[in-house]
Design a binder for this molecule. Structure first.
Ligand code: GLA
Length: 394
């Protein structure tokens, strides 16, 4: 995958080509993310354990004197330059990719940081689109950093930008996502994952040392958009289940329950499907806590087993995997040297994350790749990834 040094001249050239010159242009970067464990727990007040990647989104940007906004994405060349204005920013009004940067401008305004002049922006991303590696949250955090740096909103922290990104996603784009993606991206740290309690936003960095193993992401190439997925439905199922349980237990979220308490009160949930959803949220949260404990002790085997259990729960109880992700995980587990394999992100397509012994990576790619192609009919893509830092100016 290309480095920032390689991307910078490329994006500056594209800027000059589209917008006249690259004089005074600044280039920023925000990563993508992968979640190691703790899936669909963030909007349930539970724990997550994601990390930022060295792949992400680059933005070349220059302020304007008027209220115009001009956008160009090197990933969507066919869309050309998209023109807009600061006077044309309305929540829930658009389906173009520009909804992400515009949502952030809107959110900044809502939070008291008004942007009064426009900008020209060229984007280039090397996160596979719709892969569940948070290309949209990456654009949100990138835009947040750009607005802070260009317009002098110096009191805004990276954590604020994460919260603004989530707000924008919820209110401007209508997806009721949790805080995980934006937080992982805005707060990323090289070679560490972030153990985040989404109820309190307390977090700790945990160094990821895989001792002769690698993090391999497999993209199913089954496209997924949160908006048209069952994401919001899962969230409301959990909320209903919680309200039923609250008749007996004083808990503000499913994340506050341990397994024995859940087993005692689950009969209050008046629907079997809803009960399964809540069970996933409770058990996945506990698995995440145990997984981080195991990692701290250097016990990668237990960490991998918990990743596997996470996938099973997402498949059977939360029902967000599907044949593509299940095939990738089933085939991965047949390869010796695979320590753990699970879907990552919202599900319904997207990617799996795997911890694979270095000596088995080639075999893994070959065997899983062939079996997937044969069963599903199109190819999966493989990425051996590194854990990177949060956003920066390039
Ligand atoms: C998406 C959302 C996150 C989180 C995951 C599932 O990535 O944006 O907030 O809920 O799905 O863990």
């Amino acid at each position: 995958m290309e480095t920032a040094i390689e991307v910078k001249p490329k994006i500056l050239n594209a800027f000059a080509e589209k917008f006249g010159s690259s004089e005074g242009v600044r280039v920023f970067f925000a990563p993508g993310r992968v979640n190691l464990i703790g899936e669909h727990t963030d909007y349930n007040g539970g724990h997550v354990f994601p990390c930022a990647l060295t792949i992400g989104t680059y933005g070349a940007v220059r302020k304007r004197d008027d209220r115009k906004l001009r956008f160009y994405s090197m990933n969507f060349e066919d869309k050309g330059v998209i023109e807009s204005s600061l006077d044309d920013i309305k929540p829930l009004s658009e389906s173009e990719w520009t909804a992400y940067p515009k949502g952030m401008i809107w959110t900044f305004g809502e939070k008291g940081y008004r942007v009064e002049t426009g900008f020209d922006l060229v984007l280039y991303g090397n996160i596979p689109n719709g892969s569940g590696l948070s290309s949209s949250a990456s654009v949100e955090v990138l835009t947040g950093v750009i607005l802070r740096e260009l317009y002098g909103f110096t009191d805004i922290t990276n954590q604020d930008i994460a919260l603004f990104g989530q707000y924008s996603e919820n209110k401007y784009n209508g997806v009721n996502c949790g805080i995980m993606d934006q937080f992982a991206i805005a707060m990323g740290k090289k070679d560490s994952a972030i153990f985040l309690d989404t109820a309190t936003l307390q977090y700790e960095y945990a160094p990821i040392t895989l001792h002769g193993a690698s993090l391999v992401i497999v993209c199913s190439n089954k496209k997924r958009g949160l908006g048209d997925s069952k994401y919001n439905e899962r969230r409301s199922e959990c909320e209903t289940a919680l309200s039923e349980i609250q008749a007996l237990v004083d808990a503000k979220s499913l994340g506050e329950l341990d397994e024995p308490t859940f087993e005692k009160v689950k009969t209050l949930i008046r629907d079997d499907v809803r009960c399964k959803r809540a069970r996933h949220a409770v058990y996945e949260n506990r698995r995440t806590i145990s997984a981080v404990e195991a990692l701290r002790k250097g016990d990668l085997t237990t960490f991998g087993q918990l990743m596997n259990a996470s996938h099973e729960s997402l498949r059977d109880d939360y029902e967000v995997t599907g044949i593509e992700l299940d095939t990738l995980v089933d085939e991965a587990r047949k390869v010796e040297g695979v320590i753990g394999a699970r879907m990552t992100g919202a599900g319904f397509g997207g990617c799996t994350v795997n911890i694979v012994k270095d000596s088995s990576v080639d075999e893994f790619i070959e065997k899983v790749g062939n079996a997937y192609l044969e069963k599903i009919g199109y190819a999966a893509d493989f990425y051996v990834v590194s854990i990177g830092d949060g956003p920066c100016e390039v």
